[in-house]
Design a binder for this molecule. Structure first.
Ligand SMILES: [Zn+2]
Length: 187
């Protein structure tokens, strides 16, 4: 039975992005990851979360967990924050919004999963796809299975942020993520 590793980004003393209303990326990520677990389990797949509480994990711990578990797919869940430089230094940029998925540039399977997932999350959430791009992010580079890092919208954008505050919307994001994973693992 295929095993899916779902990684909620950040945690503990590392909040990740912090929205203008005090929204913490680490909390958004964990909520989405838990919903993903429910949906992926319904597809008959096994699921392991790298964290299921507000704890801090190093990037290599996340990768080691996925590799040692022998996962068939790895999804790291994040939410985004855009910044721009101005006279007073860096400030949040409210402009950018939508979904981004990243795969390791050397992985054709990772690319296929990233493309699939961007499409299914766009359908489930209504968020626009901003980009599907290669990257050297640690968690997609060093995991041994097809791996994607998904940015589920921008906490710095008012439209995205107001939706990311709603548990029902995080559930929709998770449905799209699980759907993309299940679809990919079937092919
Ligand atoms: Zn993040």
């Amino acid at each position: 039975m295929p095993l899916v590793c779902v990684d909620a980004g950040h945690g503990g003393s590392d909040p990740g992005a912090v929205g203008p209303g005090g929204e913490l990326e680490k909390d958004v990520n964990l909520a989405v990851a838990r919903y993903v677990r429910v949906y992926v389990s319904r597809c008959g797949y096994q699921v392991v979360l790298t964290r299921d509480s507000d704890v801090e994990l190093k990037l290599d711990q996340r990768v080691t967990l996925a590799n040692q578990a022998g996962a068939h797919a790895f999804i790291s869940v994040h939410s985004n924050l855009a910044v721009k430089s101005g006279e007073g230094g860096y400030t949040q940029d409210p402009g950018p919004r939508g979904l981004e998925t990243f795969y390791y540039h050397g992985s054709s399977k990772g690319k296929a999963l990233a493309e699939r997932l961007a499409g299914t999350v766009a359908v489930s959430s209504g968020f626009p796809i901003r980009r599907v791009a290669p990257s050297g992010f640690y968690v997609v580079k060093y995991t041994l299975m097809p791996a994607v890092l998904v940015e589920t919208g921008f906490l710095s954008n008012e439209t995205d942020r107001s939706l990311l505050r709603e548990p029902a919307f995080l559930d929709k994001l998770a449905l799209g993520i699980a759907w993309g994973i299940a679809d990919y693992l079937k092919t």
